[in-house]
Design a binder for this molecule. Structure first.
Ligand code: CAA
Length: 418
């Protein structure tokens, strides 16, 4: 019998970058006077907040994992296991490991924590961090392109990932006759949810369907690749954000030792992890690797897609959210757009998705995203999400975190224990 695994909560820092009111940029009154928080400070804030919100004594931590993609490039800082050990005085000397799987780095940190509990450890710290705004979006796009098969795919456009997903948008729309409006609804939902979330990168930016459904001067198509340019507008993209997240994963013994019961926690029923070859592209109208991870997660948890009440999915671009609905079994192939159109995935819908704004609205500090997703789901399952709390006490939740163009996927199933 595998040991039971629990999440006792965690915390996210504000996710900030261009478009966030506190982000120091050319028009900000503090421009030139002070800097935005860097990697060290951001990570420390998340770890301290996770200990504060859960009440977990940092001395109890047995080991830790930290997700980060390209700290060496954006922050000239690698060796982030040691950065995690330095994020709180009580962590010095404890075993800490960095995980890297592009934008699924945080999801990988989480599953290492789950495995550690199953292997006999009791109290594990999971964190994720990425700082990306100290370079322009164009330079950052070259760094992020390391998540693709760089030699083969970098040349698709200066903005490699927006172009790779412009390509998916094109083939998906052509195969299923999906309208730009149906895809634009994903952005409208993301910004609308972010407007209710005080930690969201896009908390102050509005998005309406007219803007999201057609290119305009204020919402341009920006790729140079002529074939894919019409399929990606600014509003279709996740944000270039700075931020960190931290959470605490424990065994039953770990729960007892900290004076908590399963009712204070959320049980992690299981996860699925799948990795596809970096060197080949499959059918671009489907996220095969995520579907594989989802099937493994559902089997491990003993649930089906129909049991899910709330989800966090990897909406790195608007089309990706629709493809995620399909890979997770929420919609049939080509029908993801119907869920968005019918309001099923709105906060008040039958299956709310990305209630805090997702990667498009909340932001996407890539190494933090997979950890942020489960912190968000913990808060939803415990009724702690404030202005964006879903009604009707959700019980079962799913997180889907994806690295690269569906090359690494981590899907996790959580359940509230009442
Ligand atoms: N008209 C025409 N073109 C315009 C324009 C306008 N009004 N405004 C901007 N542009 C063009 C310009 O070419 C500009 O580039 P330059 O300034 O270098 O010429 C380009 O658009 C970008 O403009 P900005 O730098 O002003 O825009 P920004 O900083 O607000 O960034 C964005 C916007 C490019 C969409 C950026 O948010 C972005 O790159 N988002 C995607 C981030 C990303 O790809 N993340 C990874 C997702 S993939 C994943 O999750 C998996 C994985 O493993 C990587």
């Amino acid at each position: 019998m595998s040991r039971r695994v629990f999440l006792v909560g965690g915390a996210n820092t504000p996710f900030i970058g261009k478009g966030h009111p506190d982000f120091i940029w050319k028009n900000h009154p503090d421009f030139g006077k002070r800097d935005n928080p860097g990697l060290e400070e951001t990570l420390q804030s998340a770890v301290e907040a996770a200990f504060a919100v859960t009440g977990v004594d940092p001395e109890r931590i047995d080991k830790g994992y930290i997700g980060n993609f390209v700290g060496e490039l954006f922050s000239k800082q690698g060796h982030l296991g040691a950065a995690l050990a330095g994020s709180h005085p009580a962590l010095a000397g404890k075993p800490m490991t960095r995980t890297e799987g592009a934008c699924a780095s945080g999801g990988l940190a989480l599953l290492c924590a789950i495995d550690a509990v199953r292997a006999g450890f009791d109290t594990i710290l999971v964190a994720g961090v990425e700082i990306q705004t100290n370079e322009s979006a164009r330079v950052g796009a070259d760094y992020l392109a390391r998540a693709s098969h760089y030699k083969r795919q970098r040349g698709i456009d200066d903005f490699t990932f927006p172009a790779l997903f412009g390509r998916r948008t094109k083939v998906y729309r052509e195969r299923y006759g999906v309208s730009e409006e149906d895809i634009g609804r994903v952005a409208v939902k993301a910004y609308g949810n972010a407007n209710k979330n005080p930690l969201a990168h896009m908390k102050a930016r509005k998005m309406d369907l007219d803007t999201a459904a057609a290119a305009s001067e204020k919402n341009p198509c920006f790729l140079q690749n002529a074939e894919f340019a019409p399929y990606i507008k600014m509003s279709d993209c996740s944000q270039v954000s700075d931020g960190a997240s931290a959470a605490i994963v424990v065994s039953e013994a770990g729960l007892r030792a900290m004076g908590k019961t399963p009712a204070d926690a959320v049980e992690i029923l299981g996860y699925g992890h799948a990795t596809a070859s970096l060197y080949e592209d499959g059918d671009l109208t489907q996220l095969h690797t995520t579907a594989l991870a989802a099937n493994r997660a559902y089997a491990a948890a003993g649930i089906t897609a129909g049991d899910v009440n709330v989800a966090e999915v990897h909406d790195c671009f608007t089309v990706t959210e629709l493809l995620m609905y399909e890979a997770l079994g929420f919609a049939k192939p080509g029908e993801g757009g119907l869920l968005a159109r019918e309001g099923v995935t709105d906060i008040g819908g039958r299956l709310p998705v990305n209630t805090g704004g997702g990667l498009i609205g909340f932001g996407h500090p890539v190494g933090a995203t997979g950890v942020k997703q489960v912190v968000e789901l913990f808060r939803q399952l415990k009724g702690q999400s404030g202005a964006y709390q879903v009604p009707n006490a959700p019980r079962t939740a799913v997180a889907a975190n994806m690295g690269g163009d569906d090359r690494t996927s981590v899907v996790t199933v959580l359940r509230n224990i009442e």
